[in-house]
Design a protein around this ligand. Sequence first.
Ligand code: ADP
Length: 667
Amino acid sequence: MGFFKKNNQNDENQTTIVEELKNKISHSEMPAQVKDIALKELDLLSKMNSSAAEYTITLTYIEYLTSLPWNKKTSDNLDLERAERILNERHYGLYGVKNRILEHLAVKILSSNRNPRILIVDDEEIARKNLEHVLKKENYEVVTAQNGTEAFKLLDDQEFEIVLTDVKMQGLDGFAVLEKIKAKYPNTKVMMITAYAAVDSAVEAIKRGACHYIAKPFKIEEVKLSIKQALQHRLSTISTRGSILCFAGPPGTGKTSLGKSIADALGRKFARISLGGIKDEAEIRGHRRTYAGAKPGRIIEEIRRTAVANPVLMLDEIDKICQDFKGDPASALLEALDPEQNCAFIDHYLDVPFDLSGVMFIVTANIPDNIQPALLDRMEVIEFSGYTEEEKENIALKHLIPKQTAEQGLTEFPPEFTREAILKIIQEYTREAGIRNLERMIATICRKLATEVVKGKKPKSSVKVTPELVEQYLGPRRYYFEVTDVKNRVGVVTGVVWTETGGDIIFVEAAKMKGKRELILTGSLGNIMRESAQAALSYIKSNASVLNISEDAFEDHDIHIHVPQGAIPKDGPSAGVTIAMALISLFTNKPARRDVVVTGELTLSGRILPVGGIKEKILAAKRAGVRAVIIPYRNKPDIENLPENFKKGLEIIFMEKIEDIVSKILI
Ligand code: ADP
């Protein structure tokens, strides 16, 4: 008896659950096709035994479907001035970056929010007026012209998303209008309308570039639908290239925080997905439901978490996804990012399309060259190259110190950091392109101060953070100016490489010893750098007399080239000239100036070819206290494009041939 009662209770429970889900489905604003699927699944669920494994899987699935923000969007705040103010208040410097972001926002705002403008060209007044009336009701801005000549004038004055033109007209006809638009306004879509619905003129119109052809008498619903489709297509083709912002640069240069500020400026929700640690395509686009423990992918999951369909979604470290991956994560991302496809993004778990076209994607990368070309093609890369010492000082004063003071509970009695103390932290406790460690060090100091205040060891008010206090709290200095603090030596030349974390100074060391003319290379050198070393040696051997090196200097000797700091992987051709100079210094027995840095690719004939990452390299040279930088002549435009404060205090020498720099480096 008891058994039956229990079963009845179960049935009741199940019926309630099914009813609740039905309710949720009807309130979830799902698209009709998704609703059908959800209801079908619900029907299956109602027939299942609630203790079956399938039951829980189906129940979770339906609940997941109802929990998604199918049609929920925050409305954008389109005040560009406010956006500019927010960016300026929260981020010091980065002028170029901010300007490009504002331009990007302006274009986005214009193209996605203006009511589409339609031009109707027809010599028949009733037809013109009727269409105008109907389309205005649809919230389009409508302008009319009674012939081709009038249309031409209007086209010159303003931009139209769509032109609806009659084919047969007095004077300039519909084909002439089409031709002019195709030649001058490629973003405008043209639709042809005619009473003479001859198939061949329809085909001809499409051939010449019209997007659609409508025969009179037409159904107004058909025209409305065609316009909607044409507008959608136009938006997607316009925004296909470069519509996704890619922030590229070393860590700690403000990429993530700027992304967050863009979201705040637009009044959108913000979410972040780190692609760096992701191992499997399924993490991006979910597992199929048949898979045990199946889950949706991170993209859909983050959207659910933000509870809106149009957040700013930041995809971090997109350049780290191509290596040793399961499945094809790049193509999953492409589907998510590509405006042509992402209105129907399929997550394997959901198994129904989700519209991602409202999401504003921002991706970040340390090295944009490592991004797959198909993905890179859809991005507008904005470079964050790192900060000068002066910028770091100002960011610390205006942003990091107030922020850390508040976070460590010192708001009521904020300590005063002197400029000397900040400079000491930057120079002696950090060596970075960004300001991550600087922020960490400031946090440490604030934390220690807070502890001492609590213990009563420090007065509550007017505490001054001086260089002495910095040393007391942070311990012995961590970095030295290896360039100026150490003596010049034979066979050791200063170079600069470009790494993921910005630029870095290296010292190329060359030594010779009795042996069998072998070339030994050590110090985590990549293949290209090894080849550069061989090329440098060949150049020197074949030009020994010009360089005042005796021909038999290479007899019975091994040569060893070493680049210390094995932890930094080094590769690329730009150390070619540095290696050659180390060898020349070794064989001519002349010490090299340590405070002169040289970068450039070397050819076998001794010419110096241009190299990349000049901005980062100049910043790294300044950080290390270098006096002069020798760079390839053909990199001159890169230097000219740099802001003055990047170059201040640094002598920059341009060179084309290696013979010319010997006297600049060797003493
Ligand atoms: P990234 O994403 O490039 O690694 P973050 O955005 O995480 O860098 O920045 C690290 C820290 O530095 C954050 O606390 C951020 O607020 C701060 N920061 C970076 N650049 C600036 C800047 N230009 N102005 C103010 N604060 C900055």
